[in-house]
Design a binder for this molecule. Structure first.
Ligand SMILES: Cc1cc2nc3c(=O)[nH]c(=O)nc-3n(C[C@H](O)[C@H](O)[C@H](O)COP(=O)(O)OP(=O)(O)OC[C@H]3O[C@@H](n4cnc5c(N)ncnc54)[C@H](O)[C@@H]3O)c2cc1C
Length: 450
């Protein structure tokens, strides 16, 4: 069925390349940097300790065919991987750690606010994502004014540097603010049986409501081991991986992409183009007529890879730091995920979405925050810190940004019949699993597997 060119060697492009190899005569994956993996790469400090770009614990999907491809390397090499039944996540809010769920515990509000928040949440009229003009409208009609103004507003000022009125209603899901915990577990379980409340309330423990899906993390190193397995599989299937190169030009004829020109001038014929990097780059490379006054804004983030001299007090794999006045937004606690018998390190990654500080001063502030919140002992010493800046971290999910992304993808879909937009060019998906499912469905449809 001709030649398939895939642009972007992140998880979307890699998975797409393996799927496409079943149908196309040749598949070439174009990756701009020296390694595949995108945000699933790992990084080593000078002591050769591995850190990831944020939290990446793998979970089986509900689709056996996808699992067989995605986790082939893990099933074949179980000795290299830890496997778990539960992803253990905590979160802190109002200065307290809730140590059995990633969702905010409403009873950590003041007693007066808790009672009000609870009654407002139960009596909220509800409004669908499509009906809400912005996050404020969605939040106030689904969760009520206390949660909207005392939780959503300050947290989105911290996470997105934006007011709720500017943001797209979907964005709260990205930050796991779609569900809340009640102090009364029995009441919570009873209410969760009612559809209207199920989507707004969380189980009070991650041991409840388990899906049965296995979770995985490498025993001794970072998540890039998964990327290595996938690259091996892609190569076994005949995929040609071209590193350190980009698409300079897309040539087309009669609404079909016919050829791509690489940055070194090489021309590759193409019967199907799969694009997994932002759609704007395809618009430019193809010379499609496009004008826009919307300039996407990104929250430049930084990752702080910290090593302490004493063990962490929180035993979870990661924790969401939902504190308005802390710079840290999430902490990944590697010793709790790695092979404990072999790991005597006390290392973590703290993600920061916005701070007035940077470098060592910021790392020192983060260490103090972790001590104050009780993730680390008060007298623990920070023995090593490294900062990695991610200039294009999280986009600011404003209505303008989301709508413009959709417009760009629609424009390309209208312009070319043989271009598929996935991954970073997806209209709707952001998380790894949404991206993988969309990739699977799109390539399956494209390649007429059934
Ligand atoms: C800070 C942060 C935290 C996140 N946390 C989570 C999380 O906790 N859970 C979760 O499920 N998801 C999370 N995500 C989202 C997740 O990282 C993405 O869903 C996933 O990595 C996207 O995969 P991708 O292949 O689409 O893109 P990427 O991982 O970005 O890969 C794109 C690839 O394309 C390459 N590339 C870029 N430009 C070019 C070019 N011009 N030519 C050729 N190649 C190019 C890049 O080098 C890269 O390898 C997070 C994202 C961010 C930014």
């Amino acid at each position: 069925m001709g030649s398939c060119i895939i642009v972007g060697g992140g998880i979307a492009g890699l998975f797409a390349s393996i799927l496409a190899s079943e149908k196309f005569d040749s598949v070439t994956l174009i990756e701009g940097s020296e390694k595949c993996g995108g945000l699933l790469k790992s990084w080593k400090n000078k002591q050769q300790i591995s850190f990831d770009f944020g939290t990446h614990i793998l979970s089986e999907t509900a689709n056996d065919e996808m699992n067989a491809i995605l986790f082939k390397g893990i099933y074949e090499h179980p000795e290299l991987w830890n496997s778990f039944d539960v992803t253990k996540v905590s979160n802190s809010f109002s200065g307290k750690i809730y140590d059995e769920a990633q969702f905010i515990a409403l009873h950590h509000l003041t007693e007066v606010d808790y009672k009000l928040a609870l009654s407002e949440l139960l009596l909220a009229p509800g409004r669908s994502l499509d009906e809400a003009k912005n996050l404020y409208e969605y939040a106030v009609d689904n969760y009520g004014p206390i949660i909207t103004n005392k939780i959503f507003r300050p947290l989105f000022q911290k996470m997105q540097q934006a007011e709720l009125e500017e943001l797209h209603p979907n964005v709260h899901i990205i930050f796991a603010f779609n569900r809340f915990i009640l102090s009364d577990t029995t009441l919570s379980k009873a209410l969760k049986k009612i559809d209207k409340f199920d989507s707004k309330l969380a189980f009070s423990s991650y041991y409840d409501g388990l899906s049965g899906a296995k979770k995985f993390y490498p025993k001794e190193r970072g998540i890039e081991l998964w990327v290595e397995h996938l690259c091996e599989q892609a190569k076994e299937k005949g995929v040609e991986i071209r590193l350190n190169t980009q698409i300079a030009k897309i040539n087309s004829d009669n609404n079909h992409v016919t050829q791509v020109v690489l940055s070194n001038g090489e021309e590759l014929n193409c019967s199907q183009l799969i694009w997994t990097i932002p759609a704007i780059f395809a618009i430019r490379a193809a010379g499609v007529d496009y004008k826009s006054s919307v300039k996407p804004e990104f929250c430049p983030m930084s990752l702080h890879h910290l090593v302490f001299d004493s063990p962490f007090l929180d035993k979870n794999y990661y924790s969401n730091i939902n504190e308005f006045d802390c710079d840290g937004f999430r902490i990944t606690l590697y010793p709790n995920i790695l092979d404990k018998k072999k790991s005597n390190l006390h290392h973590c990654t703290v993600e920061v979405l916005h701070s007035e500080l940077s470098g060592n001063a910021l790392s020192a502030k983060l260490a103090d925050e972790l001590k104050a919140l009780g993730y680390v002992e008060k007298n623990a010493q920070l023995v090593q810190s490294d900062e990695i800046k991610v200039p294009m971290g999280f986009p600011k999910f404003t209505n303008e940004f989301v709508n413009e992304k959709v417009r760009q993808v629609d424009l390309l879909n209208d312009s070319f019949k043989n271009m598929t937009l996935l991954g970073k060019a997806s209209k709707t998906e952001f998380f790894v699993y949404g991206i993988l499912q969309e990739t699977f469905d799109a390539i399956k449809k494209l390649a007429h597997y059934e």
